[in-house]
Design a protein. Sequence first.
Length: 350
Amino acid sequence: MKKVLVIQKKRIGDVLTSTIIFEALKEKFPESELHYLIYSNAVEVVKNNPYIDKIIVLDNKARKSKIAFMKFLFIIKKEKYDIVIDAYGKPNSVLIGWFSGAKKTITFYKNYANWFYSDTIYRTEKSFSSATRAIEHRMQLLEPLEIKYKEIAPKIVITDIEIEAAIADLVNSKIDLSRPIIMISAVGSNEMKTYKTEYLAEILNEICNQKEVQLLFNYLPYQKEIAMEVYNSCNENTKRSIFIDYYKENLRDFLAATKLCQALIGNEGGATNMAKALSVPTFTLFSPSVPKEDWNMFENGTTNVSVHVNDYEINKNITFNEEDTALSYLKFKPELFKEKLINFINHNIK
């Protein structure tokens, strides 16, 4: 039996993607005890995962206080891990892995990591599968454990009780479950990852021209103003299809509602990755500043489709700082991928 700690901090999408490590570990070491070290904001996305035995939260107090962080390090040391797999690989997480006392410590290659970890892995530069480098790199971390590459997709487990509650909530919000529901990723994680609001409105108008659908918006509370800009830019017919007052702040509630949707369409980010993990079809608008080949996981041209400015003959070979990204977004008009969007809608929206 092996006791293993996997470290993956920061964004929800990264935390979700790294769950594939647990499935591969359980297959190799069925009797192993697997712990996942994450931030509190990502706990809900890995809840009920059958491959994770324990979730360890690095809370805000331990992140901001040196004394609290030292206490946290001793808690980790007392666990007596055999293996630490650090998918984050920053100085803070490397310190945790080293202090754990585990004999086998694995992370991605960094000059400083070589001094503290037993194994450091060079990431491959080119993707060799539809899983993309996001999956491939994480599977590389298992090579020192003699685990061969296997194409594994992240999974989110929603319970029947959660689905029943989501159904009741949708019905209470006057949403007709007999008609298609689409979740719209209305706002990206920041300005450089947010498609122009008037362009997104054009996309929503086109969706409503093609199908009689009901649209739900996904955004964070502080992004409501931007979400309202999208809504106000839509034509009157589309506005009638948008349930702008339907909003789920609780992540598990959002996940259950998304599970009941026929698709998620909009800005690339955590919501896209979560929809894929729920087996919900996705049409993703990538920011010019994000390499599509890193994160367009399991793209197949039908149920998972994405578009990026580099797919078209505009703004080739430039560095995407804030100014370049804004210019690229301006040129990245919906008409460029209208046919691809319509094909996606016709294939997935019944």
